[in-house]
Design a protein around this ligand. Structure first.
Ligand code: ATP
Length: 279
């Protein structure tokens, strides 16, 4: 990547990721993620995807190296500015108080309180509409189902980055956004994220376990293989090959070409039938 794209990239430079100061090395990352693209972070359980995402979001320090927006290290950006450029949705989001769904989405607008848009209420409404949660606006989030709660949180982070603001590239970091969603909502959400990346120029980075969702909707994949091995960034079809899926997940895969041309896979255990399952 070079030129204007490089100056707007989310750069992991010589990054080392550990779960704790003296914990084992989970992975290393040398990669520049491009805005306007959907990048899926994939890898086995415990590989370090969530830890890496927290480092990318500036929520925890790297063991070595740094994360930059263009040339600017994340830790040097004022927090208020960073919050207008980057929104983060954690894997599990507990809301401590009985906020309504709408109040949770409004929290996404908090970083804009000094310079509010003329359309604050409209933005909150549009974000809720886009996630199909407008009818839940007055419900306490603690009473929502897991999937409803996830879509409220997605509406919150979308509201946070609803409009470009001229400060530079904007980044949506999502840790397993589709984990609680039914099939229809998984596809709706991923399609919407891809469209927002392409039309708004948002950089969308999402941890996904469903490799078929990654194959269909992601532009690039950052593979985190775990056990201290280096993460690898590449075009989705170049990274997620049957050979890679066998090596990293121990899974046999068979390609299916869908009617719309998308490459998808059917999966089966690679081990002998009847062999003892050992996790
Ligand atoms: N605070 C901590 N102290 C010690 N170990 C931790 C801590 N947080 C995470 N770990 C360990 O670090 C490893 C990576 O965790 P992480 O949550 O980043 O993995 P992941 O790839 O997101 O996994 P999953 O796919 O299961 O969500 C795991 O083995 C986890 O047990």
């Amino acid at each position: 990547m070079s030129g204007p794209a490089a100056s707007q990239a989310l750069v992991c430079a010589g990054l080392q990721v550990r779960a704790s100061a003296h914990g084992p090395l989970l992975t290393t990352v040398q990669a520049a993620l491009a805005p306007g693209r959907l990048t899926a972070i994939v890898g086995p359980n415990g590989a370090g995807k969530s830890t890496l995402m927290a480092v990318m979001a500036g929520l925890r320090p790297p063991a070595a190296g740094r994360v930059c927006l263009g040339a600017e290290p994340l830790h040097r950006l004022p927090a208020a500015q960073l919050a207008r450029r980057m929104a983060f949705m954690a894997q599990e989001t507990q809301v401590a108080f009985a906020f309504s769904a709408q109040e949770v989405v409004e929290m996404g607008r908090y970083p804009h309180r000094q310079q509010p848009s003329h359309q604050e209420a409209q933005i909150v409404q549009s974000a809720m509409d886009s996630m199909g949660v407008a009818h839940l606006a007055r419900r306490e989030v603690t009473t929502l189902s897991g999937g409803e709660r996830a879509r409220v949180q997605l509406a919150r982070v979308l509201a946070q980055l609803w409009q470009p603001h001229g400060l530079g590239s904007q980044w949506l970091l999502l840790d397993e956004p589709t984990a609680a969603l039914d099939l229809q909502h998984q596809h709706q959400v991923m399609a919407l994220l891809r469209i927002r990346a392409q039309t708004q120029g948002l950089g969308v980075v999402a941890v996904l376990h469903d490799l078929n969702l990654a194959l269909r909707y992601a532009h690039e994949v950052l593979l985190v293989p775990g056990q201290g091995r280096a993460a690898k960034l590449g075009a989705v079809a170049d990274i997620l090959t049957p050979d890679c899926m066998a090596r990293v997940w121990g899974i046999h895969s068979e390609a299916v070409r869908m009617q719309d041309g998308a490459l998808q896979y059917l999966f089966a255990p690679a081990s002998r039938p009847g062999a003892e399952v050992c996790l």
